[in-house]
Design a protein around this ligand. Sequence first.
Ligand SMILES: Nc1ncnc2c1ncn2[C@@H]1O[C@H](COP(=O)(O)OP(=O)(O)O)[C@@H](O)[C@H]1O
Ligand SMILES: [Mg+2]
Length: 271
Amino acid sequence: MAGPATGTTPVPEPITAPDPSTRPEGATVTNTETAPSAADASRASRPIYALKNVSKTYKQKNRTVTALTNVDLTIPQGQLVAIQGPTGGGKSTLLQMLGALDRPSAGSVLLGEQDVAKLGDRALTDLRATEIGFVFQSFNLIPTLTALENVETAFAGSLANRSRTEIRDRATAALREVGLGERLDHLPAELSGGQQQRVAIARALVKNPSVLLADEPTGALDEATRDEIMGLIEKQWKERGLTVVIVTHDSWVARRAERRLHIKQGQVREV
Ligand SMILES: Nc1ncnc2c1ncn2[C@@H]1O[C@H](COP(=O)(O)OP(=O)(O)O)[C@@H](O)[C@H]1O
Ligand SMILES: [Mg+2]
């Protein structure tokens, strides 16, 4: 794992925030069909996430592990946030709360106007399917499927009632957007690490979610590829008005974010 601040990499250019009004569809978690109105101006600054007094504990055989303690956190729509902190500090647990993968033990996690803490399993699945894209350090591609087929898996489950043609067209367009239009039929093993992460980003974004959550997205990549992948994530962030949350050990990556959070022993602070 690359340590923090190598000292050789210049501080990145400041990034301008995207205009949330340019997001093509589903610009907010609620009221996606509403016509533009006077409410849009305030919606742009409305938080996409509001966490209040969130705690998460895991029960093991004879002890309880506390992963998050009384976390209060608001994330405005369209923000690019980096999360750093020591191993075991609670970074992945927080990302799971933001990604509606799990419910908090206490407190509320509002995504738009929906409280992840109060939704049933089916509703959480639907929320994830429509609003959230995930990217992981290890790419998590299915090795027996081509790049195109991997991206198409995003439409499994609740969104499967689309035509084969539409799914194929959207997956193809998503792969073109990440620069892999010539690699549609390649298996993951036939692609470089950077190309595999591009496929994973296409899979995460093909449904046009509101939020992109990335857990160490550049952790397995060399420096040049890391820079390419961060460039790609930033481009998608700007063009789509996405909210992006990146967990990273890499200070170079964190410095590219608009906002940096540090999590240690389950507690979040601004950097
Ligand atoms: N499924 C789980 N069961 C039990 N303990 C867990 C589980 N997931 C995480 N933990 C514990 O919660 C704490 C925070 O973990 P995690 O969120 O994975 O931290 P990080 O991603 O910062 O390394 C750690 O003590 C970890 O061992
Ligand atoms: Mg982790």
